[in-house]
Design a protein around this ligand. Sequence first.
Ligand code: AOF
Ligand code: ZN
Length: 384
Amino acid sequence: MSDRSSAVSRDDGNGDTEARFIRRCLELAARARGATSPNPLVGAVVVREGVVVGSAWHHRAGEPHAERLALQQAGPQAGGATLYSNMEPCCHHGRTPPCVDAIIEAGVARVVSAIRDPDPRVDGKGFEALRAAGIEVSSGFESQAAAELNAGYLKIQRSGIPFVIGKAALSLDGRLATRTGSSQWITGEQARAMAHRIRAGVDAVVVGVGTVLADDPRLTARHGGGAGPRYRVVLDSHLRTPPQASLLQQRDGVPLIMTTQAAASGERQRLEKAGATVLVVAADGQGRVDLPAVLVRLAALDVCTVMLEGGSRLLTEALQIGIIDKVFLFYAPLLIGGAEALPLWGGEGVAQMDEARRLQRVRHYRLGRDWAVEGYLRTPPEPE
Ligand code: AOF
Ligand code: ZN
């Protein structure tokens, strides 16, 4: 919980210092990635005369907030100090008491923040309460990075729908598999390790039943990724998942099969006996599990971030209806070829170049012999 390794510095009176301590908050907050939903990732540092006297992060929902932990660590040294936090301190009684009360009681002189907390119970009222108590408040430092870190929390607060990441491993010519469906393995160890780390940071991973039948994935976070996603989800309108599927043999995270009314009750019982939780959701026009209905159902389970991992049909549908916020594409230097080999985005695609979806804030990674490209189809809003 404590972290005193951060560099000691003098406040030079300009925004660089503020941004640097907010970046420290973001680093601390990110340590709980994947563990705090439905709560945000929050880190806080207390700085007195340029010296860090307390630093902490929120570990999980129901446990103390970052600000309270950092103030506890600072003790009496918080008097007259500056408190940095990557999100507006809360002012309501949830599962835990308001941070603003603790900040006021501790005698903090200044609060510096990255973004407003869009939770309607807070939403600017935290800043107001601090100002009303005579505390100097400033916000807006590193707001883009702060919004990216809490993309899931911000999206669910704003729209009730989880943030959706589309992930795929592709050959350089854009194929997910060969024409016979073989896809193991396209990318190497390093790329797969990174994919597992991303899995560890989301609340749910989702695949279509075709991927279960073809690849028999476990959908856990291995390669030192920490605890895996809370839900490992299969979209399976007719319950074709075999009860001996590997994803049902894992302990980490709930194996969740989302199906439609059309599924036979015998199949359902067989899968439940094998350890799956089976949920019925609405069907789309073709009798398949309706993707928007899946997202709403996952939101009700406190899922803020979802990763769609394939196959081609699921990703195509998701791209077509525009539910993907961000993509993570891993490329191997392979050429697979074949008009029948599964693409990332099948169907008709767009007709004109100006209709093509362009990624924003693109980042590239080199992973041994492979690469990854990360980019947004919709950037997370930055509440001021
Ligand atoms: C902060 N610092 O570290 C976090 C905040 O049920 P509770 O008491 O945990 O309240 C949850 C809400 O508190 C959540 O929706 C968000 O508004 C805020 N989370 N706020 O000041 C923190 N985790
Ligand atoms: Zn709080």
